[in-house]
Design a protein around this ligand. Structure first.
Ligand code: P6P
Length: 323
């Protein structure tokens, strides 16, 4: 069987991208390179004692920053900076967006939002974790990047994807022409097309939610969880969004992190969790809502804005949103 590498695939599909003069291909190539290096670091984390564990400080989210968080953030930042097509990056790990000051980056037409290592609390217990990213065109025209470059609705994304560092490392992405998945073959250090034109089943029998928060959920969400139990659906919650999302994308299912009385906007971030995964799931035939609105239509007001997230199989998201 002929192997299609990620690089070949990106180039073959470049014609699908309006005004493509190779910039987006180069950015996706940079993501691929950083993903390979992060995969290597994640897969040796158990061996390199200096890479495991927490840094002992907190990130802007007030979360215990794990050493691999920092490594992944630096690797992806450097890969984006090295490209010259990217003018700046908003990362979960940094309070403000980072503007690249190189001559070439100042002409960059794109910005990136990313969660460099989501689910990092699972690193020490060897559970799958992931990187999530979105790519937008810059909208400001002046000399300097502006907040509005990063506060675009998800419908403005030109590309989005994730890397899952699991039993194998996969990169899954879309540029708005379907979703394709590539699996890293470590023996040749190359991502190869393994899941062409991914579509998620309209209905599923898997629900992913932290039921420890059940008593804090709205009546409608509680009623939906009760219905899932009544139907004997499978409860699958890894505590790593990318892993839960990826499994549900392939098998059908719903992941939800609703708002609660204590945290009405839930926990997840719109810019680099909700939007990229919403773009992907819609391209695969699924839905993503905050409970009242399509995720992609929410106009962000701040970089680390949280949003409730209901995402996955179309029929399941429609049902819980109506509940
Ligand atoms: P909880 C990881 O911190 C994360 O952002 C997602 O990857 C994961 O689904 C969720 O939070 C887990 O949060 O509150 O259920 O532990």
């Amino acid at each position: 069987m002929r192997i299609t590498t990620l690089s070949e695939f990106i180039l073959d599909r470049q014609h699908e991208f309006p005004h493509a003069t190779g910039e987006l291909s180069r950015i996706l190539g940079a993501v691929e390179l950083a993903a390979k290096v992060v995969s290597r670091e994640v897969n040796k984390a158990g061996l390199a004692e200096d890479i495991l564990g927490a840094m002992g400080n907190e990130n802007v989210q007030g979360e215990q920053q794990q050493k691999l968080d920092v490594v992944a953030n630096e690797l992806f930042m450097n890969a984006m900076k090295g490209q010259g097509e990217v003018a700046g990056v908003a990362s979960e790990e940094d309070e403000h967006y980072v503007v690249f000051e190189t001559e070439r980056a100042r002409q960059g037409k794109y910005i990136v939002t990313m969660d460099p290592l989501d689910g990092s609390s699972n690193i020490d217990v060897n559970v799958s974790i992931g990187t999530i990213f979105s790519i937008y065109r810059r909208v400001s025209t002046g000399e300097h990047l502006m907040p509005e470059d990063f506060l675009q609705p998800g419908t403005a994304q030109v590309a989005a994807g994730y890397v899952i560092y699991g039993s194998s490392t996969m990169l899954v992405y879309t540029t708005g022409h379907g979703v394709n998945g590539f699996t890293l073959d470590p023996s040749i250090g190359t991502f190869c097309l393994s899941h062409p034109d991914m579509k998620t089943p309209e209905q599923g029998k898997i629900y992913s939610v932290n039921e420890g928060n059940y008593n804090d959920f709205s009546e409608g969400v509680r009623a939906y969880i009760d219905a899932c139990k009544e139907r004997r659906y499978s409860a699958r919650y890894i505590g790593s969004l990318v892993a839960d999302f990826h499994r549900n994308l392939l098998k059908g299912g719903i992941y939800f992190y609703p708002g609660t009385t204590k945290a009405p906007n839930g926990k997840l971030r719109l810019l680099y969790e909700g939007n990229p995964l919403a773009f992907l799931v819609e391209q695969a035939g699924g839905l993503a809502s905050d409970g009242t609105r399509r995720i992609l239509e929410i106009r962000p007001e701040e970089l680390h804005q949280r949003c409730p997230l209901f995402i996955g199989s179309k029929a399941m998201v429609e049902e819980v949103v109506k509940a």
